[in-house]
Design a binder for this molecule. Structure first.
Ligand SMILES: Cc1cc2nc3c(=O)[nH]c(=O)nc-3n(C[C@H](O)[C@H](O)[C@H](O)COP(=O)(O)O)c2cc1C
Ligand SMILES: [Fe+2]
Ligand SMILES: [Fe+2]
Length: 404
């Protein structure tokens, strides 16, 4: 279900700096993968100097004319717009840019060196309208200085962030972004931040987690920068408490999961495996561990990934299926592998089968995903025998030992 809601008007975020973002409440799946039950915003900004005006990023192609209209509300004369900063080429930010270039004849695209090399592979833009900048380069707009900091892999190889020196605003693009459109305000102190922080964690786990190491490298690069306002390209702008999301990003990226948090991911066709799941939940709860569980047949992978972020141990319980891993379970394992989401975490597996175990395939996938494996790997018939029960108890004890 979706509905079209109104956009907030452009709003100042500092003197001569405006938010001109749009809400997308139409798209149901971001990247055609990740559910958007509460929409998403594409934040973009205008910086007005005495001599020149720069736009910081743009929006999805479908909102090109909304964007141009919003610029018009803030800037009378398009001929003063000399620059459109392209922090990141992904079409959620720059699908609209070819249309914007037509409307703003003087504007040139500012991108990283890498960005300038791949720009034309995504957009039809003539090279005389592209200005490549190096790490640390600055552009003077007259009383407003933009500094460009190359932060590769946040979230593509070309990505950079832009720092407005006089106002101490960091335009961080995807980093620190969140799902959820901006309905009641644009600043952290105007919004229900518990909701947006949850959605920022889901966003991090879906989009950024693979590049966690690059996030840490970016922090190293940015450590001497004062950030008064943190202005990402999705979700709230942080002007009151940017520390909260910055500290969470450090924690999620290292990662520093909550030691006593266990994520239980399971699949079961006929409920045999569920007896085992119930037993494990009971035993781990007795130890005071916090357990979050997901049934792969009903939970969307977006939310499973999100709950992985703060979990230290993941327990996988699933049946064999047509000589393979239960399909949706295999999907989530492969997704973890693609996202390298197991790094810094442990995995325990229990395969329920009738005639042939598939535990070996699962262990291989999970190892490739970056997990350390807790022994023993349990393979059990739906009706476990003495030996299988004993193995399961050993696994449970080893899970507890790993935590304590
Ligand atoms: C469609 C289907 C395919 C199956 N394929 C396998 C298999 O390849 N190897 C195996 O050992 N068991 C296979 N089984 C049996 C299940 O793994 C076994 O019944 C298990 O106990 C199911 O656990 P559940 O009740 O938690 O779903 C299959 C069952 C179904 C329904
Ligand atoms: Fe992106
Ligand atoms: Fe984005």
């Amino acid at each position: 279900m979706w509905c079209i809601r109104l956009n907030l008007r452009p709003r100042p975020i500092a003197k001569d700096v405006y938010w001109i973002g749009v809400n997308d409440d139409i798209k149901e799946l971001f990247e055609s993968l990740w559910p958007l039950p509460f929409g998403i915003s594409y934040n973009a900004y205008v910086v007005i100097g005495n001599d020149a005006i720069a736009l910081i990023d743009a929006v999805d192609e479908r909102f090109a004319y909304d964007y141009i209209g919003r610029v018009r509300e803030v800037v009378g004369d398009f001929n003063k717009i000399y620059y459109i900063v392209v922090n990141h080429l992904e079409p959620d930010h720059h699908g609209a840019t070819p249309y914007i270039l037509e409307a703003m004849p003087k504007a040139k695209l500012i991108t990283s060196q890498m960005g300038s090399r791949i720009l034309s592979s995504i957009y039809r833009v003539s090279s005389n309208r592209i200005l490549a900048v190096k790490d640390g380069d600055k552009i003077e707009l007259g009383g407003k200085t933009l500094r460009f900091i190359y932060t590769p892999w946040l979230h593509w190889p070309e990505t950079m962030v832009t720092y407005l020196e006089e106002d101490e605003i960091l335009f961080s693009c995807d980093a620190f972004g969140s799902y959820g459109s901006l309905q009641k305000g644009i600043f952290d102190d105007e919004l229900d931040m518990d909701f947006y922080i949850d959605e920022a964690r889901r966003y991090f786990s879906n989009i950024v987690i693979k590049y966690a190491r690059n996030v840490l490298e970016a922090f190293e690069k940015l450590k001497n920068i004062e950030i008064k306002i943190l202005a990402p390209s999705h979700g709230p702008i942080y002007r009151s408490n940017s520390n909260r999301i910055i500290e969470l990003y450090k924690k999620w990226s290292q990662p520093i999961p909550e030691k006593d948090r266990v994520l239980l991911i399971y699949g079961s066709m006929y409920g045999r495996g569920e007896l085992i799941i119930e037993h494990i939940i009971e035993r781990l709860s007795q130890e005071g561990l916090k357990i979050t569980s997901h049934n792969v047949s009903t939970s969307h992978p977006s939310y499973i990934l999100s709950d992985l972020v703060e979990s230290y141990i993941v327990v996988f319980i699933y049946p064999s299926y047509d000589a393979g891993i239960f399909p949706y379970m295999e999907d989530i394992m492969r997704l973890f592998q693609l996202k390298q989401a197991g790094r810094g975490r442990y995995a325990a597996t229990i395969n329920v089968y009738a005639w042939a175990s598939t535990a070996k395939q699962a262990t291989e996938l999970l190892t490739k995903a970056g997990f350390k494996i807790i022994e023993p790997i349990v393979e059990t018939k739906a009706m476990p025998n003495e030996e299988e029960l004993k193995k399961m108890e050993t696994l449970i004890n080893n899970i507890i030992k790993t935590i304590k």
